[in-house]
Design a protein around this ligand. Sequence first.
Ligand code: PLP
Length: 394
Amino acid sequence: MINEIAYGLGSNRSCIRDLFEYGRARAAIVGNENVYDYSLGNPSIPAPKAVDDAIRDILQDTPSLVVHGYTSAVGDLATRQAIADDLNRRYDAGVGAEDLFIGCGAAPELVAVFRALAVPGAEILAVAPYFPEYKPFVEGAGATFKVVPPDVPGFQIKLDAVEAMLTENTVAIILNSPNNPAGTVYTRQTLQELAALLTKKAQAFGHPIYIVADEPYRELVYGDVEVPFIPTIYPDTVVCYSYSKSLSLPGERIGYVYVPKAAADHAALYAAVAGASRAAGHVCAPSLWQKVIARCANLRPDLESYDRNRRALYDGLTAMGYEAAKPDGAFYLFVKAPGGDANEFSQRAKKYDLLVVPGDGFGCPGYFRVCYCVSYEMIIKSLPVFEALMKEYQ
Ligand code: PLP
């Protein structure tokens, strides 16, 4: 007797993984340098040197039993304090160490928050385009997953659609900015308007509607574009943060959940996040990495190579006639498929060993995602392929 939903999730590979595996197989035949694999969002800049230095220092100056031992279930106090200090320096947000729960990356943190909020009948909204794992995370928590249609072509938030979808059962709306897959950043104005709407509806329904801010890309932003810190606009926000992308540490599984003191039912919500994480077996995040973050919480990524890639792709593709959302953040470009069918485009691109992900899984058919955390040389070499493809549609 095996759980059918779990079996389905474990035995069906995602479209992104399929493309990635296809790319590996093709590379074995035609050579790595002849496959243009834009499928996976795996950082392509190394972790800052200070991270490696911190590991060496910790191993030298901390007893082994402490480095490798269990920490407090919610995370080392020194780690939480370092993160709180950094957030307060940047956003003057009044964050306390006691408001932070150290997690094993954004994925298990989101799972814990959804479980913490999933009262019977709960509905959780996500704004398309959205990270596909939200659906199994929300449904696994026992809540109903509802998708707010995309606001094309700028990929802000369709507030009238949100308003129409909010019901007495809505407990939360998930926001991801900078966004995977759109590469867009929600403006302060968008967030303020959403906050006003949620406040009005929460009052009418007599219970809070939380924003779950999924923020692994918070520091991946280009030029002088602002990424507002959502709790300072709407206190009923729970932040799920990860160092996977900002410090290029996706394999190390480290991040945090922040429950602001001003959030409704703060103490109960924090306890429920810790409890849901406990029930999922995710307490006491990796000890060595907690100690690294205690020393590196104020580090920022060097975005120069992502920015160069971003400009080469965006300028290159738009000059050929492709239409894409303005890529202000993260490391994704979301492009309108010529011909209108992104699945067909992605299949056709495979003939050129060009791998791009159709937007259907992100709740946005008709667009495809290009991850530009790749080498600059690959981008330059792939541009004629994009051009040849575009010509097929003209
Ligand atoms: N949320 C978004 C939007 C992501 O793109 C990712 C990973 O790609 C995650 C969450 C999961 O991140 P983590 O590696 O911290 O679990």
